[in-house]
Structure formats: structure tokens, C-alpha cells
Design a binder for this molecule. Structure first.
Ligand code: SAM
Length: 356
């Protein structure tokens, strides 16, 4: 019998951060448990009494280090490569018998962790998905057509003979396989960092907010802007940008007529009037950046912000928590704060904030 557990995917190397985050948040929500992790595996299992209830108490969108959040149904080891399907159907029947509250799933995703060990399983995941789908439909476990209103079934391969069977609620989980939004680097983008801000706008705002909050002719500041990836994203969204950095910006941005380049210190520069947006990607200690970001909200210099906190130190979960708490406290006003380690983030997290 498989323990009741949440099964979460993360950036390889960030398992301790996700384990600490889950432990702390689950305990606070009244669902104490313990994490099982392996460094660089790209996933964390969090064992607790009632994973389904804990999952409802820990929304995916509020988790910083989880790319994906699943409720584990079965842990299948020693799978025979000549027939991996029969044990999966048997496992589903067994959990179904134990009161699984699902008559059939709306979709099947076959995945693997985004780790050195997991990536070579991509081919198996693809071909196995094609084989399992019709078998699930025949057994009545999968709807005939994709149905996002029903829970999703996940098979996560950890090795050729080891798979985790799990489920997610489409409205409370990442809408991308592996929890990875696939964004293409635009040939005109001045830097790969552009993808970070694009992903932040995609994942930290919902579609209605994007429409309302990201508009033509808005005024924005970009602190630590060079060579200009974030400025370019703001400009492409129709904004006028003041780009603050002592380093050079791409000429095309300056030629656009929508960008002012200020060679100034992003920690002391302030706008003359309230801006629609401030974004910040300065490489500095997260505590110092968080404090400066709080000043912007305290002084009402911007209506909303997206900023990056670099986390090069050891206790990255603790540092994250301390910096976000200090940010909210020092802003002296109630804020909506959403933070996430994006796929395009490395040793860092990205934060969206706006007054409530
Ligand atoms: C990671 S890069 C920013 C990349 C940029 N977001 C992009 O998309 O191209 C960090 C930048 O922060 C700038 N920076 C660091 N400290 C700064 C400060 N005190 N004031 C202004 N810029 C600063 C650096 O010059 C560097 O260009």
C-alpha cells in the first residue's frame, strides 16, 4: 500500500527548499507531514495523513518552489518493461476501491522529473502515453476527449521500472506538462532574461489581470536593465520605459523612441511621479533588493512591480521567507504578493506585488 503523499516537481537542486516550504506550510495549514527528497532528483514526496485535503489547503499558485503539485495515488516499483500497463490499471482499481472520488480522468499526462536522471525518460514517457491512453479509455478511466473540468491523471516515470501514479486538479496545478511553460526565445530579444519577465507575466498574472494590468502607453521603470531583455518585453507590450543601469542597452531599444536610458544607481533613483510598473533584476543581496522594493510601495512610486531575488546562499528557503516578510512589513501597506521560482529562473525567484 502506497503512503498518502503529495508529489511535487521542482528545479533540480532545489529539493531542500521545496521540502522546507512544504513542511512549514503544511504544518501551518494543519496537515503536518515529512518530506522525502533526494538531492538533484527534481521532485519531493511529502508524506502526510490526508494528501487530498492537504492539497486543497496548499494551492499550487501559492507555492514558490513547486513547478507542479500532484496527489500521489500509487508508487509502482519493479515494473516489467514488457507490460507496464496492467499494473497501472490494477493500481487504479485498487485506489478506486479505496474511495478515489473520481469516476474518470479528463486527461492523461506522462512525465518525468526535469533532472539528469529524469530527462532520458522523455522518449519512454511519450511512447508509453500513446499506449496507455487507449487502455485507460477501454477500462473507463479516461474520458474520450480531453476534459479540463475533470481531474487529470499523471504518470511520472522515475526510472524505466519505477513510476508514480498521481492526480491533479486542472485549476489547482501547473497547466504545462512537467510544470514547464515552453517559451521561445525571440531573435530580437536583447538577452535570455527576457524569457524570465515573459514567464512572470504569464504565470504570476491571470489572463484577466494581464489584460487589465499590461497595456499600451503605460509608464514603467526597469532597474538593472542592461542589456535590455526586460525593457524589451515591456516595450513590446506597448509601454514607455525608463531603463536604469550603468551598463549599455541594445541600440535598437534606444532607437525605438520608447526607452530612456539613465546611467544611475537603481538603489537611489526614484521617479518624479507614480509609475504603472516597476521591474527590477539587479544582481544584489535579496535583503537589500526587498528593502528597496518595499520603499517603492511605501512611497507609492509604482502601482505594481515584478522583481527578482537572487538566492545564492545555502538556506534559500529561510532567506526567501525572511525577505518576503521584510518586504511586506516594510511596505507599510497591505499587498498582494505572489512569488515563484520560474522555469527561466536559476538560483533566484521572481515576485509580483501590488497594493491590495
Ligand atoms: C541580470 S542583469 C539584468 C538583465 C536584464 N533584466 C535583461 O533582461 O537584460 C543585472 C543588471 O543589474 C545591473 N545593476 C546591478 N546593480 C545595479 C545598481 N545598483 N543600479 C543599477 N543597475 C545595477 C547590472 O549592471 C546588470 O546590468
Amino acid at each position: 500500500m502506497t503512503d498518502s503523499a503529495l508529489f511535487c516537481l521542482c528545479r533540480a537542486g532545489f529539493e531542500p527548499e521545496l521540502a522546507a516550504e512544504l513542511s512549514e506550510r503544511a504544518a501551518r495549514a494543519g496537515h503536518p507531514g515529512y518530506a522525502r527528497t533526494q538531492r538533484n532528483s527534481g521532485y519531493v514526496e511529502f508524506v502526510l495523513e490526508d494528501a487530498a485535503a492537504a492539497s486543497r489547503a496548499l494551492p499550487w499558485s501559492a507555492l514558490i518552489f513547486a513547478r507542479q503539485k500532484l496527489v500521489r495515488l500509487a508508487d509502482l516499483r519493479g515494473l516489467d518493461p514488457s507490460d507496464r500497463i496492467a499494473p497501472m490499471l490494477a493500481a487504479l482499481d485498487a485506489v478506486g476501491g479505496a474511495g478515489l472520488n473520481v469516476s474518470s480522468f479528463g486527461e492523461l499526462w506522462v512525465e518525468h522529473p526535469d533532472s539528469d536522471e529524469g530527462k532520458p525518460l522523455a522518449g519512454l514517457a511519450r511512447s508509453f502515453g500513446n499506449a496507455l491512453r487507449p487502455a485507460l479509455r477501454k477500462a473507463g478511466w479516461l474520458s474520450k476527449h480531453d476534459d479540463p473540468s475533470r481531474p487529470r491523471l499523471h504518470v511520472v516515470f522515475l526510472a524505466g521500472d519505477h513510476a508514480v501514479l498521481a492526480m491533479s486538479e486542472p485549476l489547482d496545478s501547473a497547466p504545462w506538462p512537467l510544470g514547464i511553460p515552453r517559451l521561445k526565445m525571440h531573435p530580437d530579444a536583447p538577452s535570455r532574461s527576457a524569457l524570465k519577465l515573459e514567464e512572470a507575466l504569464l504565470t504570476l498574472l491571470d489572463p484577466e489581470e494581464r489584460e487589465r494590468r499590461v497595456r499600451d502607453n503605460m509608464q514603467a521603470a526597469d532597474l538593472g536593465a542592461a542589456p535590455g531583455g526586460w525593457t524589451w518585453v515591456l516595450m513590446r507590450n506597448g509601454m514607455k520605459v525608463t531603463s536604469v543601469d550603468n551598463g549599455p542597452l541594445r541600440q535598437a531599444l534606444l532607437d525605438s523612441g520608447r526607452v530612456d536610458h539613465l546611467r544611475a544607481d537603481g538603489f537611489t533613483w526614484q521617479p518624479k511621479r507614480t509609475l504603472d510598473w516597476m521591474v527590477c533584476d539587479m544582481v544584489e543581496s535579496p535583503a537589500r533588493v526587498a528593502e528597496r522594493m518595499a520603499t517603492w510601495f511605501r512611497e507609492n512610486w509604482c502601482r505594481q512591480a515584478i522583481f527578482n531575488l537572487k538566492l545564492p546562499m545555502k538556506k534559500r528557503w529561510e532567506e526567501t521567507r525572511i525577505c518576503l516578510e521584510a518586504f511586506e512589513h516594510q511596505a507599510h501597506r497591505p499587498l498582494i504578493v505572489r512569488a515563484r521560482q520560474l522555469y527561466h529562473d536559476r538560483e533566484e525567484i521572481t515576485v509580483f506585488a501590488t497594493p491590495r
